[in-house]
Design a binder for this molecule. Structure first.
Ligand code: SIN
Ligand code: FE2
Length: 224
């Protein structure tokens, strides 16, 4: 079997590899779509550069005043932000005072297709949180619960360096499943797992041809 890195771009754009990716169940109503975003990765990387020229990556602070190790930006009609008042969705980027950049079509299409593939139809994300992990950055175990409704799934796209994704249950102390996420992998969770605890272990050092020394994650949600 050819390694992903050895494939030619025409193979990567092969409709078959895009429309029939492996689907691995990693929890109740939680699936890993291996490689689902690989064909679109270059386009996504270009769109990330465009978005973050307008709304740059920044390290937000938590309610308790700790600076997050993950650098973040957003696109869409609202963006997820954290500050001393807590977590919320905001229509304006607090750094620029302007609206967040519109969600690129390539983002939207990928997120909607991934949700559909995972069994969640009609997903229409209004927010994409863009997370950038440098070596040593991590995301502690948390639930995504700042959205108006939990009826919609979460679609999470990995690009660049690999990372270990932790997926637990509805209780913080439930056992965790560890999954290594590689560039191009997409995880979708919703339904009974919508409020499952999850996180990312501290990123290991490395280099990737798309991102250099970091990992980028796109998290799509319906916030409102
Ligand atoms: C998140 O939980 O918002 C991000 C998860 C990831 O980086 O894969
Ligand atoms: Fe999350």
């Amino acid at each position: 079997m050819t390694r992903r890195e050895d494939r030619t771009s025409s193979e990567l754009f092969d409709k078959f590899s895009y429309s029939s990716p492996c689907k691995e169940v990693i929890g109740p109503e939680a699936v890993l779509l291996r490689d689902f975003a690989s064909a679109a990765a270059s386009e996504l990387m270009a769109a990330i550069a465009t978005v973050t020229e307008v709304s740059p990556f920044r390290h937000m602070v938590t309610r308790r005043g700790f600076q997050m190790s993950v650098a973040m930006s957003n696109c869409g009609s609202v963006g997820w932000v954290s500050d001393r008042t807590g977590y919320k969705y905001a229509e304006l980027d607090p750094l620029t005072g302007n609206s967040w950049p519109a969600m690129p079509e390539s983002f939207r299409t990928l997120a909607e297709d991934a949700a559909e593939h995972a069994g969640f139809s009609s997903f229409a994300p209004d927010c994409c949180l863009i997370n950038r992990y440098s070596p040593g950055a991590k995301l502690s175990l948390h639930q995504d619960r700042d959205e108006a409704s939990f009826d919609w799934p979460i679609v999470s796209v990995s690009l660049g360096l690999s990372a270990v994704f932790l997926l637990g249950g509805l209780d913080r102390n439930d056992p965790l499943r560890r999954t290594e996420l590689l560039s191009g992998d997409v995880v979708v969770w919703g339904g009974v797992s919508r409020l499952a605890f999850h996180g990312i272990e501290s990123l290991e050092d490395g280099t990737h041809r798309f991102t250099g020394n970091c990992r980028i994650n796109l998290t799509f949600r319906r916030a409102r």
